[in-house]
Design a protein around this ligand. Structure first.
Ligand code: ZN
Length: 277
């Protein structure tokens, strides 16, 4: 499934690479209480199952402008749905060779696990891969993820394909690395600006739509829960005030949305159009 939205001259597409899963809220969100969960589920029923489980998926985002193709994260490698990312790119008229830049938000398998293809070759051979300098350093030192680093990052470094970026670097016109710490200390997001429009493609700052209304509910995957909640509050305030598009890889139905305030509470409103199932 592919959803799309326009951000100035950029076309932002979301390729869904996982099916939609149902995750029980008390197991995956910290500090959830039953009545509060019910209130959030009533506010945003699209993002909950009938039994109030959290709906969860994975999208990979593609940005295109005037022949430039920028991929944000790679998904995991060939998964049980098959090579869905290649299918999605083909539906957009693209081959892996057409990707110019791959922006890596953070060091998790569902984001950097797909840097190589099934043959073990660099999957996007003509791309420059870019990543936060801080996050790359943390990845090198992360013993829990040593195997992932060697499988997915080392070949890029060996092939001199990976560039590091400092926080707040505009590495192409309109495209800036924004630090969004919390989920990982060096997690970053990609700000897209053109013609007065802004989108922020998030590095797992949110995992669930419920956290829009309740930014204090960190997921069990957030390494620095307090910091993650603070980052969500700051982004929410800016996104609401400036009508940003947020692109959240794990929120279902495209993961493209804006923030709306209703009855004093914030909620996620999906935006964009369905391009293809
Ligand atoms: Zn993730």
């Amino acid at each position: 499934m592919i959803h799309q939205v326009q951000v100035g001259a950029f076309q932002l597409s979301a390729i869904q690479v996982w099916d939609v899963r149902e995750l029980p809220a008390p197991e995956f969100l910290k500090g959830v209480q039953g009545e509060h969960l019910a209130a959030v589920a009533a506010r945003q029923p699209l993002f909950f199952s009938a039994a109030q489980a959290l709906l969860f998926t994975l999208q990979v985002f593609v940005l295109r402008r005037a022949g430039q193709v920028i991929l944000v994260d790679t998904g995991d490698t060939v998964n049980r749905m098959g090579n869905v990312l290649e299918w999605g790119l083909a539906a957009l008229g693209l081959q892996p060779e057409d990707v110019n830049v791959v922006f890596l938000t953070h060091r998790d398998a569902d984001h950097v696990g797909g840097t190589l293809n099934a043959q073990g070759q660099i999957r996007f051979p003509n791309a420059r891969y870019v990543m936060s300098a801080q996050e790359l350093q943390a990845f090198r030192e992360d013993e829990k993820r040593a195997a992932l680093f060697h499988a997915c990052l080392a070949p890029l470094l060996d092939g001199e394909k990976l560039e590091v970026l400092d926080d707040n670097t505009e590495f192409l016109p309109g495209l800036t690395l924004i630090p969004t710490p919390g989920h990982r200390a060096g997690a970053s997001s990609l700000r897209v600006q053109d013609g007065g429009d802004t989108a922020l493609i998030l590095g797992d700052t949110w995992h669930f739509a419920a956290q829009i209304t309740r930014p204090e509910w960190s997921s069990v995957w957030d390494e620095h829960a307090e910091q993650a909640a603070q980052t969500r509050r700051e982004i929410l305030a800016q996104a609401l005030e400036q009508n940003w598009v947020l692109a959240a890889p794990h929120i279902p139905f495209g993961g493209l949305g804006r923030i709306q305030e209703r009855e004093g509470q914030r909620e996620w409103v999906s935006c964009g159009q369905l391009f293809t199932r």
